[in-house]
Design a protein around this ligand. Structure first.
Ligand SMILES: [Zn+2]
Length: 191
């Protein structure tokens, strides 16, 4: 119910890790496991500047959400990249996904609500503990945050990023926080 990881059930639909240590978000929605062929599409989209490769995934994801008929969030908030990294890459893949989904679902994208400071280093290659330390103070919130939001990103690995972002959004008034990611690594630990 909470972390969306497969094969883990327990009390009130929560897995042991979410039960013991509730994450700062309410629910992860992740339609795919991060494995072939979805992983290949996502990494091409991210690293080879072939942005349209992400579009069919975002569209399918939006269709699935619409069919599920749940109360939609009031805003989509892309997980920001460090500004220097975004300049190098030329775009933020989370923002691209949010924009595509926004068009399908008629939910506004709040691109400036959540920003990331420049001093943080890239998360890849760091352990979960190192990632959390690296992200301390990494995010800033600007302006009022709606009470029901969806944080949008491409892939959820350790969950450190969305945890840090969810915490600060909650401090700024978000009461219900969904995490929408295209894919989740099957081995991710939510504990
Ligand atoms: Zn869980």
């Amino acid at each position: 119910m909470r972390c969306a990881l497969p094969g883990r059930f327990g009390e009130r639909g929560l897995c042991g890790a979410c039960h013991r240590n509730p994450p700062p978000f309410d629910r992860v929605v992740a339609p795919w496991a991060y494995q072939f062929p979805v992983s290949a599409l996502i990494s091409r989209f991210k690293y080879q500047i072939q942005r349209p490769d992400g579009k069919p995934l975002a569209r399918l994801f939006a269709e699935r959400l619409r069919d599920a008929g749940r109360t939609p969030p009031q805003a989509l908030i892309p997980v920001p990249m460090a500004p220097s990294r975004e300049r190098r890459r030329g775009f933020n893949q989370a923002e691209e996904i949010a924009i595509w989904m926004s068009r399908q679902l008629n939910i506004p994208v709040h691109r400036q609500s959540l920003t990331r400071a420049n001093h943080t280093q890239t998360q890849s290659g760091l352990s979960r503990r190192e990632r959390l330390a690296n992200l301390k103070g990494a995010y800033r919130v600007r302006g009022p945050v709606p009470s029901h939001v969806a944080l949008v990103d491409d892939v959820m690995t350790t969950g450190a990023t969305v945890r840090a972002a969810s915490r600060i959004l909650r401090e700024h008034g978000a009461a219900t926080i969904e995490v929408w990611v295209l894919a989740q690594t099957p081995s991710v630990s939510s504990g």
